[in-house]
Design a protein around this ligand. Structure first.
Ligand code: MG
Length: 506
């Protein structure tokens, strides 16, 4: 037995998997940002070839043998207790990924990939025609395969557990339902209270904002936030995203609307939150499978903290509003700081999740979570979705979409076979608020730091407490480590209550 050598071999295999994943990211990033349209056919072949190699590498039986030699089992996923903490964390993470992958028959993986690729284009057409019936048969096919996947992976209570686990390791349907059930009545009550108040005028955000200037301002804010342009860049894509192409290459994208200010800048700040996390992993896990977010929920906590808790705060705009005003004097010249702050935080029930404010946003997620779990449990079927959506929308928002494009067809996730993904968005908001309450205690003068442009104070805290660890800890472990408690939605509710009571004079 040679523990050191076996561990080194496993690390080498892990590093290769990481390199291949980054290679695929290069191909995808280029496709979304720069690729000429006719290049799509060969690009798809390139990606599918490298994906195939990655799948082989990830399910390599030698990996299984090495786990065995190192005493890594379901009961002891971190291997021998004598190993250093970071090695045990590495083994745990690698073993979990490996176990999930090898449980899936190759036939299922290929079939699902093929059906998903068809479903995405059918969904796009159905959405443009706002006709769910065009999408339903293909969605049924995709969901059938996704459910088969859940059965292969296995679960203790709810088949949805197996799906959720891919994005939010160790989370369960019951735990998420418990948290969401605590959120729901408080959120709907807050929305109702706001609804009874005079609405905020945000019409000046819908004037003409030249894209070039938006980009210039966005780039300035990125630098203020501490984003390193020697290790990343900002580009434009149809849907904003952050992607890691290498240890020192984390790229952001956004999209601009010249007739609406919020989309571009808040998209940039959001993605930068993700980017700073990826750029902040400690040296000791660089190039290792642990150089990854603890979960999608934790990842989203970083983007949402920057976008909402900081980027939509009064201290932030105390510092930056003067610069923004100078850039857009025709639109903002007569708008006070106070009115600008209110406008960027306007709360209004709407149909479209990605344009929702931070109060109603989570109701959009709760709606999808309830439909998804009902579907997976067999309580409703695909054909029931449009009506189930409308009735949930009535219940949660008091409004009903006329068109499926504004309802059940609005998101790309289901066509991509992503069931179990949506909850991570709300978990991100909750983790973000809980972490920020600790930051506030640790740095009582944080508002002054922000209002004088010392955003590095925030970054340093996040770096030290969250970023540096990558996925050494699970989401739950990290949450307890940072705040001393498991996830508790009260932090988020308290944050919303205090912020919006002030804005809407509740
Ligand atoms: Mg995000």
């Amino acid at each position: 037995m040679n523990t050191g050598k076996d561990l080194a071999s496993l690390k080498e295999k892990g590093a290769e998997i990481q390199l291949l994943a980054h290679t695929i990211a290069v191909l995808n990033w280029d496709q979304e940002t720069n690729m000429p349209p006719k290049a799509i056919d060969e690009r798809s072949e390139q990606i599918s070839l490298v994906e195939g190699i990655l799948h082989e590498k990830t399910t390599d039986p030698e990996i299984g043998e090495l786990f065995e030699k190192l005493g890594v089992t379901d009961r002891q996923p971190g291997g021998m207790e004598t190993l250093p903490e970071v090695d045990r964390a590495f083994l745990k993470r690698f073993y979990r990924n490996y176990r999930r992958k090898v449980k899936l028959p190759k036939r299922l993986v290929t079939e699902l990939a093929g059906e998903v690729s068809k479903a995405q284009s059918i969904w796009a057409t159905a959405k443009s025609k706002s006709d769910f019936s065009l999408f339903a048969p293909q969605l049924e096919t995709v969901f059938k395969l996704v459910l088969e996947k859940a059965e292969c992976i296995g679960y203790e209570e709810h088949p949805y557990d197996a799906l959720l686990d891919e994005f939010e390791p160790f989370a369960t349907t019951a735990k998420v339902a418990d948290v969401f059930n605590r959120l729901k009545p408080s959120l709907t009550a807050l929305v109702r209270k706001i609804h009874g108040k005079p609405q905020i005028d945000d019409s000046f955000l819908e004037k003409e904002y030249p894209v070039g200037k938006q980009e210039e301002f966005g780039t300035f804010i990125l630098k203020e936030m501490g984003y390193d342009f020697k290790r990343g860049r900002l580009d434009v894509s149809a849907h904003p995203f952050t992607t890691t192409l290498g240890r020192d290459d984390v790229r952001l994208t956004t999209r601009y609307r010249s007739d609406y200010f919020k989309t571009g800048l808040f998209g940039i700040i959001h993605e930068c939150g993700h980017g700073l996390y990826e750029l902040g992993f400690s040296e000791r896990i660089k190039g290792n499978l642990l150089a990854d977010g603890a979960s999608l929920g934790i990842h989203e906590s970083q983007s949402r903290t920057w976008e909402n808790i900081i980027g939509r705060s009064l201290p932030f705009w105390k510092r930056y509003y003067q610069d923004l005003k100078k850039m857009f004097p025709d639109n903002l010249g007569t708008v006070s700081l106070e009115n600008f702050y209110k406008a960027i935080n306007k709360v209004i029930p709407s149909f479209i999740r990605i344009e929702a404010d931070e109060v109603t946003y989570n109701l959009h997620i709760i709606l999808r979570f309830e439909l998804e779990t009902a579907l997976v449990a067999g309580d409703i079927s695909v054909k029931d979705l449009p009506e189930a959506w409308r009735s949930a929308s009535r219940e949660l928002f008091g409004i009903t979409p006329d068109k499926d494009a504004d309802g059940v067809l609005q998101d790309i996730h289901w066509s991509s076979g992503l069931l179990g993904y949506f909850p991570t968005y709300t978990l991100g908001n909750l983790y973000g608020a809980q972490f920020y309450s600790v930051l506030r205690k640790d740095i009582p003068g944080i508002d002054d730091e922000i209002s004088t442009g010392r955003l590095r104070t925030v970054l340093n805290w996040l770096h030290e407490n969250i970023h540096t660890h990558g996925s050494i800890y699970s989401a739950d472990e990290l949450c307890k480590r940072v705040s001393g408690l498991p996830l508790n939605p009260d932090y988020f509710l308290t944050y919303l209550d205090s912020k919006y009571s002030d804005i809407y004079e509740l």
